[in-house]
Design a protein around this ligand. Structure first.
Ligand code: PLP
Length: 388
């Protein structure tokens, strides 16, 4: 028998028992005046607005502080000196719009945004809506399927002094080609000597190397070098929160006082766009980044996602070689992040859709995340066939 078989049934609580009786009563005219908790005009429990607002502030502040630490690093000098202006955005897209609108209104230099060629498809449209002129700098070299660093440097050198330069912080979309750390250092000097504004888009922190700190190298290096950078941060990919629209826009300013002025104007940019940000994504992200156990678990998951993608690159490379596919396929392995720029021509892309039911954008970009152990051989064989 159980230890507790002799425990007798206790009597109903005299007050809670009243509510039980009230609930059981089917009458339409029933009234419960037994419980001493405030009820509003409709007889409903009441959460005070001041409490709700305080809760919102706590979550939003935690979110902004934790999100900036993730991007800039816990030791970041401007963060410690309280001179980073940061606002919650509607994911990365919203951050880009806020930053570009702000530049359009307040940037004192050349209001032309230089985008890498190629870049994420929405960049030019967002810049256009924000009223910035768009130009391109060379980035991808067709002949080598690699980075055109000389072309990039040349274009950023001939750009008028004080232009706005959009830089993918890591895992460039669509090419999957990033600068090396040495190249980032060189670029930092160039951008500084030309007094350009470095505008970072970081949509894939963690997805390039599997390590969130390593992927933040470019951003943190520029900040260390004293650039007053802008940053668009998205949690869509690294937290898998596509639908929550969690993100931030931030900018490094010269002083806490300047930060406050900038912040007041960022709020004025946001007000007519979406007034105030949604609370739930901020709560989610703040809870994960702010709880040591969940944070560690998340870092492991980011690494797992990145590693699976890296493993798929190796598999695709191996099978293409095994099938003696004409061409050099080193770039499949050397490119990083979610995407790979295969070098497939628009005709080959069309043939893959028609004959193999394989779909990708016409520029030959594939999302490595769409490949897995079950479909990779079929994919590689079809790709090889399309090329032969
Ligand atoms: N920037 C880049 C380079 C991207 O690839 C994306 C999404 O694909 C974004 C920004 C914005 O994404 P989201 O608005 O979903 O955060």
């Amino acid at each position: 028998t159980s230890f507790w078989s002799k425990v007798p049934q206790g009597p109903a609580d005299p007050i809670l028992g009243v509510t039980d009786a009230f609930k059981r009563d089917p009458s339409k005219s029933k009234i419960n005046v037994g419980v001493g908790a405030y009820r509003d005009e409709n007889g409903k429990p009441y959460v005070l607005d001041s409490v709700r607002k305080a809760e919102d502030i706590i979550h939003t502040q935690q979110f902004l502080s934790l999100a900036s630490k993730l991007a800039y690093g816990a030791d970041s000098k401007p963060l410690k000196e309280n001179r980073v202006a940061v606002v919650q955005s509607i994911s990365g897209t919203g951050a880009l719009r806020i930053g570009m609108e702000f530049c359009s209104q307040f940037y004192p230099g050349n209001k032309t945004l230089y985008l890498p060629n190629p870049t994420w498809g929405a960049h030019p449209a967002i810049a256009d809506k924000a009223g910035l002129e768009v130009k391109r700098y060379r980035y991808f070299k067709k002949e080598t399927l690699g980075l055109d660093f000389d072309g990039m440097k040349e274009d950023l050198t001939t750009a008028p002094e004080g232009s706005i330069i959009l830089l993918h912080a890591c895992a460039q979309n669509p090419t999957g080609i990033d600068l090396t750390q040495a190249q980032w250092r060189e670029l930092s000097d160039l951008v500084k000597s030309k007094r350009h504004l470095a505008f970072f888009d970081m949509a894939y922190q963690g997805f390039a190397s599997g390590d969130v700190d390593r992927d933040a190298f470019a951003l943190r290096y520029f900040v260390e070098q004293g650039h007053e950078i802008m940053l668009c941060q998205s949690f869509a990919k690294n937290l898998g929160l596509y639908g929550e629209r969690a993100g931030t826009f931030s900018m490094v300013t010269a002083s806490p006082e300047e930060k406050e002025r900038v912040l007041s104007q960022l709020k004025r940019v946001i007000r007519p766009l979406y007034s105030s940000p949604p609370l739930h994504p901020a709560q989610l992200v703040a809870t994960i980044l702010g709880s040591p156990a969940l944070y560690t678990e998340w870092l492991g998951e980011v690494k797992k996602m990145a590693d699976r993608i890296i493993a798929m690159r190796a598999r695709l490379y191996d099978i293409l070689l095994e099938l003696q596919t004409p061409g050099n396929w080193d770039h499949i392995k050397s490119q990083i992040g979610m995407f790979s720029f295969t070098g497939l021509t628009p005709e080959q892309v069309a043939a893959l859709a028609e004959y193999a039911h394989i779909y990708m954008t016409t520029d030959g970009r594939i999302s490595m995340a769409g490949l897995n152990e079950h479909n990779i051989r079929y994919f590689a064989e079809s790709m090889s066939k399309a090329i032969k």
